[in-house]
Design a protein around this ligand. Structure first.
Ligand SMILES: *[C@@H]1O[C@H](CO)[C@@H](O)[C@H](O)[C@H]1NC(C)=O
Length: 345
């Protein structure tokens, strides 16, 4: 039964079994103990020119799939659901996308199945204890959520046959076909992301870090640029080969045990330490970031110039909160069409 639930998007035989077996038909109602309620998304189907997936037991290993990893955090659930909806809506081959949901509680699976009945997905339980001892308090408390660190462990969590994944934050929507992002060349690099070489890189680390060459020496002979870890294309094969998970943990241990901290933010700095200057540059259209602005000052952001394929409400304001409080920023109206929150009628 569990196995059927996990892979129920994968092959028609399972659908047959569900149709034939009344006991499997009765999914619980959409509302969960969290009192979340989402409308059922419309069905999205592949265009004729899409590769038809090869059905089989190990459907997740099908080489024609696009793999997307996203966290389902209770606080950000509305955003995650909107992100999935936006991806499906703009994809020519939505049935060729496999979603890898990272969760710290398992009760959300029914909700996802009810909202997206035909979605191919798998849930991965990320144990908060895995990082609890490694997290040091950061300037923004929401950055300390253990699930923020789940992206460090994708190479361990996902099946070994999954060799590339797109990691996405929960506060974004796509307005373009994700297959374009998927087919980006990473060259010899392990990760790809839009880079921001004009950002002042110094500020992501403390004076203590820069004053000690044992730390800052890590950037010598590199031209490090800031990149946002909310949108990354990751070569999981390289990641596993070079043991990046353990290397990230090492930096977190240094941060935790240093007499003075070496950085202020949460999960981002270890990524900068490992990859800044070694990132395959992806077009900036794939991360129009910062739209969350700064809720404290109530600032709204404009779009950066240039084409847009992905809108990212990074920063402390979130569109669903502002829309609910009837104080939206102008660009929040671009998020609303993907929102599925609310009772079905
Ligand atoms: C970059 O930031 C550091 C630390 O905040 C500051 O000391 C330095 O002057 C900044 N550099 C530029 C070019 O703005």
């Amino acid at each position: 039964m569990l196995w059927i639930m996990r892979f129920s998007g994968c092959f028609s035989a399972v659908m047959m079994m569900i149709a034939l077996s009344p006991s499997l038909q009765s999914f619980p109602p959409i509302e969960t103990s969290h009192k979340f309620s989402f409308q059922k998304a419309p069905a999205f189907h592949n265009a004729d020119e899409c590769n038809s997936p090869t059905f089989g037991k190990l459907c997740v290993c099908d080489p024609s799939l696009v793999h997307v990893a996203i966290t389902l955090d209770v606080e950000y659930l509305r955003g995650s659901i909107a992100a999935v909806h936006s991806i499906l809506q703009h994809s020519k081959c939505p049935e060729s996308i496999f979603f890898h949901f990272l969760v710290s509680e398992t009760t959300l699976e029914t909700l996802v199945r009810a909202t997206f009945p035909e979605l191919k997905f798998e849930f991965y339980y990320f144990d908060p204890e895995k990082v609890r001892g490694l997290i040091s308090s950061s300037v923004r408390q929401e950055l300390e959520q253990p699930l923020n660190y789940a992206r460090n462990y994708l190479a361990d969590l996902l099946e070994p046959c999954v060799r590339r994944v797109i990691y996405l934050d929960s506060d974004l929507v796509l307005v373009d076909d994700i297959s374009k992002l998927w087919s980006t060349s990473l060259g010899k690099k392990a990760i790809g992301a839009p880079e921001y070489c004009h950002a002042n890189f110094t500020k992501y680390f403390t004076g203590y870090f820069w004053s000690d060459s044992r730390f800052s020496g890590v950037f010598s002979r590199r031209n490090p640029c800031y990149f946002n870890t909310g949108v990354m294309v990751i070569d999981l094969g390289k990641w596993r080969r070079f043991g990046y998970t353990r290397r990230i943990e090492k930096w977190m241990e240094i941060q935790k045990t240093s007499p003075t901290r070496i950085y202020e933010l949460g999960s981002l700095p270890p990524f900068l330490l490992l990859f800044a200057g070694h990132v395959a540059p992806i077009e900036h259209r794939w991360n129009q970031h910062g739209l969350g602005g700064d809720n404290v000052r109530g600032s709204c952001r404009e779009l950066h110039p240039g084409p847009v394929s992905l809108l990212h409400w990074s920063g402390s304001g979130k569109p669903w909160i502002r829309l609910d409080s009837k104080q939206p920023c102008p660009l929040d109206s671009l998020w609303s069409p993907y929102d599925l929150y609310g009772h079905s009628t």
